[in-house]
Design a protein around this ligand. Structure first.
Ligand SMILES: Cc1ncc(COP(=O)(O)O)c(C=O)c1O
Length: 390
């Protein structure tokens, strides 16, 4: 047989999914494993959003949606949200694409701007999918490693150091997965200054933007000089507990959405028709459900951070947003992969090894708090028994 795709043979599997799968397999074999390795809210999709999808299906909205980018109502809902967030008016018909998950919107964005060999910067610790996405789009992933010692703070100097004539774009997530950091006013100012001086696009991933507990989320497109170079990515997975629905979107200047739209229509065609109805209901509907889920994550954070810090050998900073903690394991020389394996075996707690998010994540594990409080309490007890012995 002839050789299969070298590019895909070389692509690493997702480390977060690998750990979750191993933990799930152990659980299926009868072990009482607490899985803190995923990124999936432990809530049901709010009722009114479910009902909107059921109603769309019953009304026969089960065909190819007419426009591939978005139905009129769903694009309008996104444009209205964008205007509330940024104060900017956009054209819903030419600047919005609804995608099967934010992940596909990120891929569309990269494919619309990257030429072979273009360098794309990303901030480490990084959500595991960015580097492979950049490679698959023909780009060269370039990490900007943010040090754990400064709580992963970004400076303009760190970005400037990595910029070359081939640098095309920067990918940024705020609030961040895995660190829970929300970019501060000063960090946003630095990002904007460098993006403008080096004439870069910024792919700004706001998937966790509704889950900010402290500080403020700054929509990047609202910054002077940024709307024309920002591709805003968002989605329903995290804030609305809709990971399985696969609904996300991008908002970008028309020239970018036009190219991204070509790839979209030639590959997935569109998001699902009744999914777009659910999206419209989610964005236009009552947000008490989001506020309730957010309050739960905040309560879990407020329990977990001091509880983890009370364990000898763990140092855990509080988080401003998203639903991951990123504790550092201070007393052990074990690397994070071995640490994750040992904790899975000995404490029956599954976390994601920090190295999966880049070298500056070493000696950390990521624990998701999108997990029921009873399980978090149990996890803390188990970690308290095992971590000091490592
Ligand atoms: C930072 C970040 N961006 C994007 C996504 C993609 O989410 P989805 O494709 O479910 O919308 C995730 C999911 O974990 C994420 O953590």
């Amino acid at each position: 047989m002839k050789r299969l795709s070298d590019q895909l043979l070389a692509l690493p599997p997702s480390a977060t999914i690998a750990v979750s799968n191993k933990a799930k397999a152990l659980r299926a074999s009868g072990r009482d494993i607490i899985i803190l390795a995923g990124g999936d809210p432990n809530f049901d999709t709010p009722q009114h959003i479910q009902e909107a999808a059921f109603a769309a299906v019953r009304n026969g909205d089960t065909h190819y949606p007419g426009p591939t980018k978005a139905t009129h109502a769903s694009a309008e809902a996104i444009a209205a949200k964008y205007e509330r967030d940024t104060g900017l008016t956009i054209d819903p018909s030419s600047q919005v694409i609804i995608t099967p998950g934010g992940k596909w919107a990120l891929n569309l964005a990269l494919n619309a701007i990257v030429n072979p060999g273009d360098e794309v910067l990303y901030l480490e610790p990084v959500w595991v999918s960015y580097p492979p996405m950049i490679t698959l789009a023909g780009g060269v992933p370039v990490p900007v490693s943010l040090p754990s010692a400064t709580n992963f703070t970004l400076t303009a100097a760190m970005l400037r150091e990595k910029i070359t004539p081939r640098t095309k774009a920067i990918m940024v997530t705020s609030p961040n997965n895995p660190t829970g950091r929300v970019l501060t006013r000063a960090e946003i100012d630095d990002l904007v200054a460098v993006a403008i001086e080096a004439d870069l696009y910024v792919i700004y991933d706001e998937l966790y933007e509704q889950l900010v507990y402290d500080g403020e989320h700054y929509p990047l497109a609202a910054e002077p000089g940024m709307a024309e170079r920002t591709i805003t990515i968002n989605g329903l997975s995290k804030a609305y507990a809709m990971t399985g629905w696969r609904l996300g979107w991008m908002v970008a200047p028309p020239a970018i959405t036009q190219l991204a739209g070509k790839l979209h229509s030639q590959t997935v065609t569109s998001a699902s028709s009744f999914g777009m109805a659910a999206l419209t209901a989610a964005l236009n509907g009552d947000h008490a459900c989001v506020a309730e889920m957010k309050a739960s994550y905040q309560a879990r954070r407020d329990f977990m951070v001091p509880a983890l810090n009370a364990i000898d050998g763990i140092e855990c900073r509080s988080i401003e947003g998203a639903f991951y903690l990123f504790p550092r394991f201070t007393h052990t020389t074990l690397d994070s992969l071995t640490l994750a394996e040992r904790l899975l075996e000995e404490a029956e707690v599954a976390g994601t090894p920090g190295i999966a998010f880049g070298t500056s994540g070493e000696h950390h594990l990521r624990f998701s708090i999108a997990t029921a409080m009873v399980d978090l309490e149990k996890a803390v007890d188990r970690l308290a028994a095992v971590v000091p012995t490592l």
